[in-house]
Design a protein around this ligand. Structure first.
Ligand code: KG4
Ligand code: ZN
Length: 342
């Protein structure tokens, strides 16, 4: 049913400035400006990220409005924005403040509702953007640069983390392994690219034995470090000679750690609608193994489009749409938080 609920979503938690517009749950535009400046520093520099957000936010919002054919004021009911959603956290506090302050100012000037969105819950709800959508309840393996979680999602506003990493996130495991291989930041997508031509069985890295549904990746990183140190002592060009096999073997272990826990979560909960989300869900090895595991075990599997896996504002707009539809609108005084409780 159409009722012209038009949400403008803003994402600025890390190093992407993004804006998306969604009408009645349908994404009309999804604009992202990435910050290349961090590459030379080998990681995101918070101060530089905040400054870049300040430079990018107006053109990004302007482009999202134009592409969607929407307006902030005037226009018809099908054109006029009537709700603003923004990322409240978790994330870099200075980056979050830029998006939040812009969102609050817009909502105040336009006298329309404002909705704060949890970035990690939005990664889960990215699965509700396109059809076919998972029916509730579903499980989501949410894997990003800062988080690794298994989330039980009973409804769009009722989610619970049932497993999470005790140390590094899966994205960090990719990025730190890539750094050990001498690859630039962020190394996750590069490991994915090199792994395509490599043998995943060539080097076997250990799988940590962590009880329950929690994860740990710090031991893997240390094992890779010691393994490389040993090999490089014998052959200084070991990495150059074996890069695709190294990438395929590292990727295969990270993916098996993730999927073994996910299978355990399915057995424990009995839920068989299974999603993945977050930047690492863009990994081609994870997408392929996840789909195969789903087929083998009779799960209904769902994977967001690439553009909705890594940080984006479409997931913020869709989360805002569902939160607004369930009646949660907040005061203009609502702020940001580097860490957010569920
Ligand atoms: O969700 P996201 O875009 O930002 C956070 O909320 O953290 O996730 C970023 C993480 C980075 O660690 C990046 O290396 C990883 O996702 N990533 C990938 C791939 N694309 C992004 N890791 C492995 N393979 C990929 N194709
Ligand atoms: Zn993210």
């Amino acid at each position: 049913m159409e009722n012209n609920r038009i949400v403008l979503g803003i994402e600025s938690s890390c190093d992407e400035t993004a804006c998306s517009i969604c009408r009645d749950g349908l994404i009309l535009s999804n604009v992202i400006s990435s910050q290349a400046i961090h590459e030379q520093y080998g990681g995101v520099v918070p101060e530089l990220a905040s400054r870049a957000h300040l430079q990018h936010i107006v053109p990004v919002v302007d482009a999202a409005l134009r592409i969607a054919g929407c307006r902030l004021t005037a226009g018809s009911d099908r054109e006029r924005i009537n709700c603003i959603a923004y990322t409240q956290g978790p994330g870099l506090i200075g980056s979050l403040l830029v998006g939040a302050q812009f969102a609050r100012s817009l909502a105040m000037a336009l006298e329309i509702p404002l909705i704060p969105v949890n970035h990690m819950q939005a990664h889960v709800l990215a699965n509700l953007i396109d059809d076919p959508k998972p029916a509730f309840p579903f499980l989501c393996l949410t894997v990003s640069g800062g988080h690794t979680q298994i989330v039980l999602c009973e409804s769009a506003d009722n989610m619970r983390v049932i497993g999470q990493t005790l140390d590094d996130a899966a994205g960090e495991a990719f990025d730190k392994s890539a750094k050990l291989l001498g690859l630039p930041y962020p190394g996750g997508p590069l490991i994915d690219q090199y792994a395509v031509n490599g043998d995943p069985q060539r080097f076997i890295f250990p799988e940590p034995q962590i009880p329950g549904l929690d994860f740990s990746f710090s031991g893997l990183k240390t094992a890779i470090l010691y393994f490389l140190q040993g090999q490089l002592a014998a052959d200084p060009r070991f990495i150059d000679h074996n890069l695709p096999d190294l990438c395929a073997s590292i990727q295969s272990r990270i993916v098996s750690i993730l999927l073994n826990k996910l299978r355990k979560a399915v057995l424990q909960t009995g839920v068989i609608n299974i999603c993945i989300g977050g930047g690492v869900s863009a990994n081609s090895g994870l997408r392929k193994s996840f789909t195969e595991m789903g087929k083998t075990n009779g799960w209904n599997t769902f994977i967001p489009k690439f553009e909705y896996c890594t940080d984006n504002a479409a997931m913020i707009a869709i989360a805002g749409y569902y939160q607004w539809s369930s009646g949660s609108v907040i005061s203009l005084l609502s702020g940001v938080s580097a860490r957010v409780d569920w």
